[in-house]
Design a protein around this ligand. Structure first.
Ligand SMILES: CC(=O)SCCNC(=O)CCNC(=O)[C@H](O)C(C)(C)COP(=O)(O)OP(=O)(O)OC[C@H]1O[C@@H](n2cnc3c(N)ncnc32)[C@H](O)[C@@H]1OP(=O)(O)O
Ligand SMILES: CC(=O)C(=O)O
Length: 535
C-alpha cells in the first residue's frame, strides 16, 4: 500500500474562506478531532498573523495528539533582510511545532510585480528561509505558490524556485494551484516534469475556482504526488480548497493501493465533516459528495424502486463506509416504492391499497403546495388518517389570535384556544413574541394537564415560504415547523392562504406527532405510554 499523507489546512486556508472564523477553542477541538481521524498534518495557522494563532501554537503543545503533526505556516523572509532577523521567520520558529510550512513565489510576474524583487533575490529568499527554519525545526515543507501558473509562463524559472527549496532542505515540495484555474491534464503534465527533475517527495494543494480542486488533487496523486493538502468541507479562500472529504473518500474507496487516515477511521468522515460545520457555525451543504445529507437521498420513484432491489443501482459507494446513511424522500415524484420504504422505516403496517391511496394523497397535497421531504411527521399522520387509525387526541373548537400595536410600542400578541380532550373542554390564553409563539403557548396550556410529556418538546425552527408569489399578499404560504424532544427531531407542514392557519396546521401536526410517537411501540418493541387522558 502507498501512504498518501493528508495535510489539513482547515484552520489556516479554511479560515481564509468568507464567513469562517474559528475561536481558539474551536481550533483546538478541531485539531483533536482531525488527529483522531488520522490526518497526518494539521496546519494550525499563521503565527505572525494574529494573537489567536500565536496562542493556538502555545496551547496545542498540551494536546495529547496520537498521530497528527502540527504545522505552523508562514511566508519566506521579507526582501533585503537576513532570515534570522525577519519577524515572520522568528515567529515560525517560536511556534515550536515539529513542522513548518513556508510559502514562496514561483510565478515570475508575482516576483517582479507583487513582491517587487529581482528573480535572483526571490530564489535567495526561498533558500535562506528554508535553510533557517531547517536549522531549528525537524521538518520543513515548501508550498510553491502559483506553481502551475508560473510553470505555464516560465517553466525554467518555476523549476529553479523549487530547486532552491529542495537544495535548502525542504522535506516536501507542494505544488499549489493557488488561483484554482488549472485543468487536470495540466496538473498531470507538470507533476510528471517536476518528479523527473526534483528528487524530493511532492505534494499538491489545489483551489476550487474551476470546480476541479478534487480532480486536480487526484490527478497529481496518480502522477506520483504523495501528500494532499485541503480542508474539511472544502472551506477556503474564494471558492475554497480541495474538499478532503471527497479526496479521502475517492482515494480510500476508488483506487486500490492507497492508504489514508488511521485504520478503521473512514467511517467517521461524515461525523467529522458535520463537526467542523457545527464548530464553524455554518450550515451543512446537503449535496456535498460522500458526507452530505443528500449524498445518498433518493427521491425519484424509479431510483427508489432500483435501490430497494440492489442499492448499487443508484449509489456509487455504500453510505456506511463513510459514516453516512441512505435516505428515501417522499414527494410528488415518488412511486409506490418510496412510500413502501418510508412506511417500513417507521414500522407502519400497510397493504397495496393503502400504498396507492397514500401516493395519491401525497401527489394531490404537493400539488396544493405541501412538501413532505422536510415534514415526515405530517406524512406519518397522513398515513394514519388514510389507514383509519389517527387517534382523536383532541378536538379543536376554536382559536383566536390578535396582534395590537401602538406607535412607539412593541406589538402585543395574544392567542386563545378552545378545545376538547375527551369530554373535557379547555379554554386557554397565552401571550407570545409573535402569533406562532402565542398559539404554541395556548395549546400547551390546554393540553399539558392531559398529556404531561408534551412538556418535553420544543419548537426549534419555523419557516414560511410563499408558494404562488404572483398572487401578492393573497398568495398561499407553506409553513414548516421543526420540533424536538431529546435527540428526536421531526418536521410538520401546513398550507393555507392565511399564514396563521398554515402555522396552526403545522403546529397541530407537531403536537399530534409527539402524542402518537410516544404511544407507538418503539422500534425496539417496547410500548411507551405517553398520556394520562382524563376522561
Ligand atoms: C496563497 C496563500 O493563501 S498565502 C497565505 C495568505 N494568508 C494571509 O495573508 C493571512 C495572514 N496574513 C497576514 O496576517 C498579513 O497579511 C501578514 C502578517 C502576513 C503581513 O501583513 P502586512 O505586513 O501588513 O502586509 P500586507 O498583508 O499588506 O502585504 C503582504 C506583504 O508581504 C509580502 N509578501 C507576500 N508574499 C511574500 C512572500 N512569499 N515572501 C516574502 N514576502 C511576501 C508583500 O510584498 C507585502 O510586503 P510589502 O508591503 O513590504 O510589499
Ligand atoms: C499555499 C496556499 O495556500 C496556496 O498557494 O494556495
Amino acid at each position: 500500500m502507498t501512504r498518501i499523507a493528508i495535510y489539513d489546512t482547515t484552520l489556516r486556508d479554511g479560515s481564509q474562506g468568507e464567513g469562517v472564523n474559528f475561536s481558539l477553542q474551536d481550533k483546538l477541538l478541531i485539531t483533536a478531532r482531525l488527529d483522531e481521524l488520522g490526518v497526518d498534518y494539521v496546519e494550525g495557522g499563521y503565527p505572525l498573523s494574529n494573537p489567536k494563532d500565536t496562542s493556538f501554537f502555545r496551547a496545542v503543545g498540551d494536546l495529547p495528539l496520537k498521530h497528527a503533526r502540527v504545522a505552523a505556516f508562514g511566508m519566506t523572509r521579507r526582501r533585503d533582510i537576513a532570515a534570522e532577523d525577519d519577524q515572520g521567520m522568528k515567529a515560525l520558529v517560536a511556534a515550536r511545532t515539529p513542522v513548518v510550512t513556508i510559502v514562496g513565489k514561483t510565478w515570475d510576474m508575482h516576483v517582479l510585480e507583487v513582491l517587487g524583487v529581482s528573480l535572483a533575490e526571490n530564489l535567495r529568499m526561498i533558500g535562506d528561509s528554508i535553510a533557517f527554519c531547517r536549522s531549528h525545526v525537524p521538518e520543513v515543507i515548501y508550498d510553491a505558490e502559483h506553481f502551475f501558473d508560473g510553470f505555464r509562463r516560465n517553466p525554467d524559472y518555476a523549476l529553479e524556485t523549487i530547486r532552491a527549496a529542495a537544495d535548502a532542505g525542504a522535506a516536501w515540495i507542494v505544488l499549489c494551484d493557488t488561483n484554482g484555474g488549472s485543468l487536470p491534464e495540466d496538473v498531470a503534465d507538470a507533476v510528471d516534469r517536476v518528479s523527473r527533475e526534483i528528487p524530493v517527495p511532492l505534494g499538491i494543494h489545489t483551489h476550487n475556482d474551476g470546480e476541479l480542486a478534487v480532480a486536480n488533487a487526484l490527478s497529481a496523486v496518480r502522477r506520483g504526488a504523495r501528500q494532499v493538502q485541503g480542508t474539511i468541507n472544502g472551506l477556503g479562500e474564494r471558492c475554497g480548497n480541495a474538499d478532503l472529504c471527497s479526496v479521502v473518500g475517492n482515494l480510500a474507496l476508488k483506487y486500490p493501493g492507497y492508504e489514508v487516515l488511521r485504520p478503521g477511521q473512514l467511517v467517521h468522515l461524515t461525523e467529522v465533516s458535520r463537526f467542523v460545520y457545527e464548530t464553524a457555525n455554518m450550515n451543512f451543504r446537503p449535496g456535498q459528495p460522500f458526507v452530505g445529507t443528500s449524498a445518498f437521498a433518493h427521491k425519484g420513484g424509479m431510483h427508489v424502486h432500483g435501490v430497494r432491489k440492489n442499492a448499487s443501482s443508484y449509489e456509487h459507494i455504500e453510505p456506511e463506509t463513510v459514516g453516512n446513511e441512505r435516505r428515501v424522500l417522499v414527494s410528488e415524484l415518488s412511486g409506490k416504492s418510496n412510500i413502501a420504504e418510508k412506511l417500513a422505516e417507521y414500522g407502519l403496517e400497510h397493504d397495496t391499497s393503502l400504498l396507492a391511496r397514500v401516493l395519491d394523497s401525497v401527489q394531490d397535497l404537493e400539488n396544493q403546495g405541501y412538501q413532505f421531504e422536510a415534514a415526515e411527521a405530517s406524512f406519518v399522520l397522513l398515513v394514519d388518517r388514510l389507514a383509519g387509525r389517527r387517534a382523536d387526541w383532541f378536538e379543536l373548537l376554536r382559536y383566536n389570535v390578535s396582534v395590537s400595536g401602538k406607535p412607539g410600542r412593541d406589538p402585543l400578541t395574544e392567542a386563545s384556544i378552545k378545545l376538547a380532550v375527551g369530554d373535557q373542554v379547555a379554554h386557554t390564553v397565552s401571550e407570545g413574541d409573535g402569533p406562532v409563539n402565542a398559539l404554541d403557548g395556548a395549546l400547551r396550556k390546554a393540553l399539558e394537564p392531559h398529556y404531561p410529556r408534551l412538556g418535553e418538546m420544543s419548537l426549534v425552527d419555523y419557516k414560511v415560504r410563499v408558494i404562488n408569489a404572483r398572487a401578492g399578499t393573497a398568495a398561499r404560504v407553506r409553513v414548516v415547523i421543526e420540533s424536538r424532544d431529546g435527540d428526536d427531531v421531526w418536521g410538520t407542514v401546513g398550507v393555507s392562504e392565511n399564514v396563521i392557519k398554515a402555522s396552526w396546521l403545522a403546529l397541530r401536526d407537531a403536537f399530534e406527532y409527539k402524542l402518537a410517537k410516544d404511544s407507538r411501540p418503539c422500534r425496539g418493541g417496547v410500548t411507551e405510554v405517553a398520556a394520562d387522558v382524563a376522561s
